[in-house]
Structure formats: C-alpha cells, structure tokens
Ligand binder design. Structure first.
Ligand code: CUA
Length: 331
C-alpha cells in the first residue's frame, strides 16, 4: 500500500493463517461496531426531543429479536474461537525433537544466545534453513523475556527455570527481525537481532563455512560432544555408569517413562533432565538413594543444555547429531 506496511512479511507456515484470523477478528469487530453504533445513531436522530414520531405504546420486549441478537453473534463467534484455539494449539504443542532442527535459546539481560546442535553458537543472530521444522527450546538466565519474530508470527515468553518450546517452518529465504517482546529492564529495547532464513544448501554451506576462528576443514564441537566433556569434567560419570548400580544409567532414557521413588511416572524430556540436575530430589528414580547433589551455581543454563544434548544423543539418532553433509544440493 504505497510503501506503508500494514503487516510484517509472511515468512512461516503459520503466517498466512494467523493473518486471516486477524482479518476475520478485525472484520467481525468492525461489523458489530457498525451495527451497534449505527442503531444508536439512527435511534438518536429518529427519537430526538421535538421530533414528530409515534411515541404511544412503546415496546418493552421482543423475544424474537433478543434470541436473534444472542444466537447469531454466538454462531459467528464460536467458530472463530475454535479456529483460533486450533491454531494456538498447533503452534505451541511441542513437536518431537527427532522431526525438527532443535535450536537452543538462552535469553539474558540483554541478548539472545542461540546454539545449534552442531555446536555453532550465535549471539542475536539465528541462521536457519527454510522448509524444515525448527524447534526452539528456550530458557532465560535471569528475568522473563519473550522471543518474537513478527515475520514468523511467533512470540513466546522465555522464562527462568522452565523450558518453553515453539516451532515453525520458515517458508521464504530472507532476513527478519527478532525482538524481545517482554519488558526486561533498561536495555530491553536493545535486545533485538536478526533471523536469517536460508535455502537448505546455503544453510549447509553456512554451517561449514562459519568456522568460528578455526582452520579449514575443522568444525566446532557439537553440543552433544561438549555435553559429553562436561559429563566427565563435572564428575557425572563417577556415579552414572552403564551398570546403573550407584545412580541411574543414562543410556537410552531420553523420551522414556521413568518410575520415581514416590510412585509417579514421568517422561524423561528436557525439563526432566534439567530438574534432575538442579533439584535431584524432586524426581528421584525409584530404587536409588538420594545421593545426588544439586548443581545450582555449578552449571549454567547453557551447560545444562549441552548435558541434555549429550544425554539425548545416547538415546536417539536425531538430526541434531548429524554433521553438515558434503556438498549435496537439492536445488
Ligand atoms: Cu529481554 Cu525485553
């Protein structure tokens, strides 16, 4: 519209439907405003003081009219509610890690720290391939932030102490704004960045070419490899051995049910592993003594994410353990 952008670009699988929902809601609001204020104006003018109208026998009720103005808006509103709920659930139901490219996000005052499973680390920039589901696993190191990419119509609070997930498929290569959408302190407005959606071949190239100060042919350590190192350095392996005598064996547990000492069953997901590291007693596995110390203050959120990546790698063979392939372009 002559250079005035009404909406940000549509660059994800959700964008178009989100916009249609938005247009529908706006349309319905305008329609009802017109009906209500139109009627008010009409009646104001018609029955103004001094106008010559029939004021005898004023009606005190009209059942048909009342049913109509209750039922018709209900029939218009409920489908919108169902539509919006469905879209919301689609967007915020976590998708299985195996079927997506996981990106680990740590928000802190005042920057975004993003890490790829391949070990590539970025600050306030995120490179992703188009056409492939991307799953964000996000946590804050301090206060509440919100990860907001308008072009993807993705906005999710990033909270201390809890993993939040969101997912999307970028549909259009380009450079898009990343914002923090939750007031998080004096430099909240500077907590911005860019998302680069790239063709898959360009993304593979980027993974290979960005060497993070290393020599040609070298690659950064993957998150799982970094986690494996931590596992030894922090002494996790002195108790967590494959024989599972002193502490639970961690091979193959990710995504599985864990029977707890208090009788509950929980799924060993990211949140479970993080809690087990920071607050081991809360979800202690049945059959083991409470000997694990808390690692609060000894491991930061990024280190915990690396340990999680390592424990995951012992269980599944997801895309995240895959190294950038040799030049295998599909376009
Ligand atoms: Cu972080 Cu606002």
């Amino acid at each position: 519209m002559n250079g005035i952008e009404l909406l940000p670009e549509r660059a994800s699988n959700f964008a178009e439907e989100m916009d249609w929902l938005y247009f529908t809601l706006t349309g319905l609001t305008i329609l009802f405003c017109l009906i209500v204020f139109g009627s008010v104006l009409y009646l104001m003018v018609k029955y103004r003081a001094g106008s010559r109208v029939d004021r005898s026998n004023p009606p005190h009720g009209n059942l048909k009219l009342e049913i109509a103005w209750s039922v018709i808006p209900l029939l218009m509103g409920v489908p919108v509610f169902i539509w919006a709920s469905k879209l919301f659930v689609d967007m915020y139901t976590p998708i299985p890690t195996e079927s997506a490219l996981p990106i680990y996000v740590v928000g802190k005052q005042w920057m975004w720290h993003l890490q790829h499973p391949t070990g590539h680390r970025e600050n306030n920039e995120l490179h992703i391939p188009v056409g492939k589901p991307v799953k964000l696993i996000m946590i804050s190191q301090d206060v509440i932030h919100a990860f907001f990419v308008p072009a993807f119509r993705i906005k999710r609070d990033v909270i201390p102490g809890r993993y939040q997930t969101a997912w999307f498929i970028a549909t259009k290569p380009g450079k898009y704004r990343l914002f923090c959408a939750e007031y998080c302190g004096s430099k909240h407005s500077e907590m911005t960045g860019w998302v680069y959606a790239m063709k898959p071949a360009d993304y593979e190239k980027w993974l290979k070419e960005v060497r993070w100060g290393m020599g040609a042919g070298q690659r950064p350590e993957t998150m799982a490899e970094m986690g494996e190192k931590l596992f030894h350095v922090k002494g996790c392996d002195s108790c967590h051995k494959p024989d599972g005598k002193q502490a639970p064996n961690l091979i193959g547990i990710f995504g599985k049910q864990r029977p707890l000492a208090d009788g509950r069953m929980v799924i060993a997901d990211e949140a479970y592993i993080r809690r087990s590291i920071y607050d081991p007693e809360v979800q202690r596995v049945a059959g083991y003594k409470a000997i694990m110390p808390t690692y609060v203050g000894r491991l930061d959120e990024q280190e915990v994410l690396r340990l999680i990546a390592y424990i995951k790698s012992l269980s599944i063979k997801p895309m995240e353990n895959r190294q950038p392939q040799k030049e295998k372009t599909n376009d």
